[in-house]
Design a protein around this ligand. Sequence first.
Ligand SMILES: CSC[C@@H](O)[C@@H](O)C(=O)COP(=O)(O)O
Length: 365
Amino acid sequence: MKVNGIPTRTIWSVDHGQAIGIIDQTKLPFEFKKETLRDWRQVREAIATMKVRGAPLIGIAAAWAMVLAIRDNAQDDLIHEVRSELIATRPTAVNLQWAVDHLVKKVMPLPAKDRLPVAYREAEEMTQANVLANRAIGTHGAKIIAELYAKKREPVNILTHCNAGWLATVDYGTALSAVYIAFEQGIPLHVWVDETRPREQGLLTAWELAGVGIPHTVIADNAGGHLMQHREVDAVIVGADRITAIGDVANKVGTYLKALAAKDMDVPFYVAAPSSTIDWTIQDGKHGIEIENRSGDELRFIRGLDKKGHLADIRLMDAQTNVENPAFDVTPARLVTGIITERGVCAPEFLTRLFPEGARKHARS
Ligand SMILES: CSC[C@@H](O)[C@@H](O)C(=O)COP(=O)(O)O
């Protein structure tokens, strides 16, 4: 994708895999700053501190971290150690584990001296494949938006939570890919953007949508139910960090509440994600998916601009106040209308039909 002629890429290889380039998303939407990471530990840090974020993007970033680690030391024990350290950074998004394991599986059978070029090639391929998958997700999702428009003949109101746009992937995004492609096709639409406390990923969504001129409105996280009751939402489309074999969905905390309200009001609730987000080894999301608990400081402070226009963390409560900060929640499959993947859209119970190879993995697990 391009915005004002500039490619919307979130990650790129520098000097043929000697380093990787990223956008520091902790500074957005206020400052657009690129950064070059030259060592796998810097990439691990960028994932942990959410300079790069979004399930598909952290998977690809972790794959590039493996390339940098193998460049420095391609021995078995080092590869296993780096693998574990990377996976531990963000435990809910399965794309991270998927990407690292895919790469490790390809290089381990080779002698250490031959591992680097293969690791590099695999990371490149996964990066390109993510772009193609997201574009395909967008094409399938745009059909849903087109159908809503055909019924309504007025701008379609989509509600989204968190940021599942190009910033959360290599390009295009997942939920927002559908919005971008529908908009490209000339379908009139408007997006309700959940603010997404505590890290305000909704502001990234608003920034992305503003970049291409898509009408949107930021709302407090608690406003969605009210808007649905008053028929102001035609569909909810969100991304996912992990989907189980039966279609339970882990996504940014607050997603479950939106799904409950959507069910009550008969608003279709869609989840857009590439197949690398499906964890075929798990059925029950509520018990099987580890939910990342992040630092309480994410609640105690809020980031914004101070009166002088400098980026600052403003304290909202003192250090003694008890806080709990689960970063994700699980929406049960029964609340999900459809899952939009690169292969098409299906009801959660038909995921295994859309991905027979996943069904085989599920049977073996
Ligand atoms: C295409 S991104 C889908 C999800 O990863 C997204 O909705 C989300 O929950 C991101 O969480 P984050 O904590 O910002 O990495």
